[in-house]
Design a protein around this ligand. Structure first.
Ligand SMILES: Nc1nc2c(ncn2[C@@H]2O[C@H](COP(=O)(O)OP(=O)(O)OP(=O)(O)O)[C@@H](O)[C@H]2O)c(=O)[nH]1
Ligand SMILES: [Mg+2]
Length: 427
């Protein structure tokens, strides 16, 4: 663990304590341990140095005493602020954005995630490029201060162009990968299966919930996704197809978690990964109910969804980890579920909430299918949830649960023994 100091300015900032606690968690996720947490109350950050003079001196002192390696700031700083702070406090400075980018970079395994993170890092770096004034970059023309500056600027231009080229190259690569994803997700969309996406704050238990649902529906261990007690365990989106025992199918996706002030470049870069969320028919927001900051976490998630331009969608609020505190579970109230992703009856409740939300308007109907229309009987058997089949002289009488579309499709066979017309019952 690398010793670090965290610091932040409380400038009419909402939830300041929460943000500072979160910053410490982010540092931990990056193998750093916080040896001191310095907070300053100011109207607004000092434009040249972010923190005030006194606080900087205090930090320099702490750094000397504790041997802290980095000073981590709670906001995104300007290049000048970072430079001045590093000089005055005599310690390397990282801002919140860089820290998040660093964690993402360490966690990225797939080619797509690696490219997305690298693009975000380069875009962060671009306006911060500078040429160290004491390095003579062009020995031949470094005869005077002005000449030196000119050479530096040229070098800077060159560096910028190199970065820009790399960003273009990576963006092109990403587009190629996305094309493959797009084909896959298009074929999924064409399959007409409704889709559900798990969203929420990082470490809330999305992947554990996904795995719980998967084991409820299938015994195939290979379908399971990675889950771990750490921030941003998941960076890639995984999609699985699930089928209820009555043949109703849907797609379930697990994706990257959110955190406050997620860098804008990172959100931009991850937009394609988050396409499954954008296209979902239903969102399940997983919340760690045992965390005292759950309200802030919900608002962080909702804000990030807004930033991703994910419009208003039906959302199940799934309050997870109820087993960690003395809360009764599972309990359901409308679209709110209190549960534990490690508890089977909880997962069954969640599955039935998903079913109710995804398949409204299903009805139980009776059909009389003449023997001459065997193909219809076959398709009913394979596509609908057939509850009962009776064979009579006139044909097969099938009782089945059907979707509104199916009800229309098979309507010419609908049969009611009493009135001889459609018999439908909401379920
Ligand atoms: N006690 C308890 N722990 C849980 C429960 N659900 C998940 N966890 C634990 O919480 C940690 C995080 O779970 P994940 O499923 O990886 O969380 P996530 O939301 O996918 O996190 P990221 O992928 O990092 O965004 C793991 O150690 C899980 O075992 C639960 O219901 N009860
Ligand atoms: Mg996960």
């Amino acid at each position: 663990m690398i010793p670090v100091i965290t610091a932040g300015i409380e400038a009419q900032q909402e939830n300041f304590d929460y943000l500072m606690d979160e910053l410490a968690e982010l540092a931990k996720a990056n193998s750093m341990s916080v040896v001191a947490d310095v907070r300053q109350r100011l109207q607004k950050p000092v434009s040249a140095t972010y923190l005030g003079k006194g606080k900087i001196a205090e930090i320099a002192e702490i750094a000397r005493e504790t041997n802290a390696q980095f000073l981590i700031l709670n906001d995104e700083l300007s290049p000048t602020q970072i430079r001045n702070l590093e000089k005055d406090a005599a310690i390397s400075v990282l801002d919140r954005t860089e820290l998040i980018l660093e964690i993402f970079s360490n966690r990225a395994h797939s080619k797509e995630a690696q490219i997305q993170v690298e693009i975000a890092r380069l875009k962060y770096k671009m306006p911060r490029l500078r040429v160290a004034p004491d390095i003579k970059l062009d020995q031949q023309s470094a005869s005077g201060a002005l000449a030196n500056r000119g050479a530096g600027e040229t070098k800077l231009e060159l560096n910028k162009r190199t970065l820009q080229k790399r960003i273009s190259f990576l963006s092109h690569e990403l587009k190629e990968i996305d094309k493959e994803f797009e084909i896959k997700s298009k074929s999924r969309r064409n399959s007409d299966l409704p889709s559900v996406a798990l969203v929420g704050y990082t470490n809330a238990g999305k992947s554990t919930t996904m795995n719980g649902l998967l084991s409820l529906f299938s015994e195939d261990e290979k379908k399971q996704v990675f889950e771990k007690d750490m921030l941003f365990a998941t960076l890639d989106t995984s999609v699985r197809s699930l089928s209820f025992s009555d043949n109703k199918k849907f797609l379930l996706s697990d994706t990257v978690g959110f955190v406050s002030k997620l860098p804008h470049n990172l959100i931009e870069a991850f937009k394609s990964t988050l396409a499954e969320v954008r296209d979902a028919d239903l969102l399940i927001q997983v919340i760690d109910v045992s965390d005292p900051h759950l309200k802030e976490m919900i608002s962080t998630t909702n804000k990030t969804l807004e930033e991703l331009e994910i419009g208003h969608k039906t959302m199940i609020y799934a309050y997870n980890k109820a087993d960690k505190i003395s809360l009764e579970f599972p309990t359901v109230e409308g679209l709110n579920l209190t549960y534990s992703a490690r508890d089977e009856s909880s997962l069954q409740e969640l599955a039935s909430l998903i079913k109710k939300s995804l398949f409204p308007g299903y009805q139980k109907m009776k059909f009389l299918i003449p023997f001459t229309s065997g193909a219809y009987l076959e398709s009913l058997n394979s596509k609908a949830n057939v509850l009962k089949t009776e064979y009579t002289a006139k044909g097969s009488i099938v009782t089945a649960e059907v979707s509104p579309i199916q009800a229309k499709y098979y309507s010419k066979f609908s049969w009611n023994p009493d009135e001889n017309k459609t018999s439908a019952e909401e379920i």
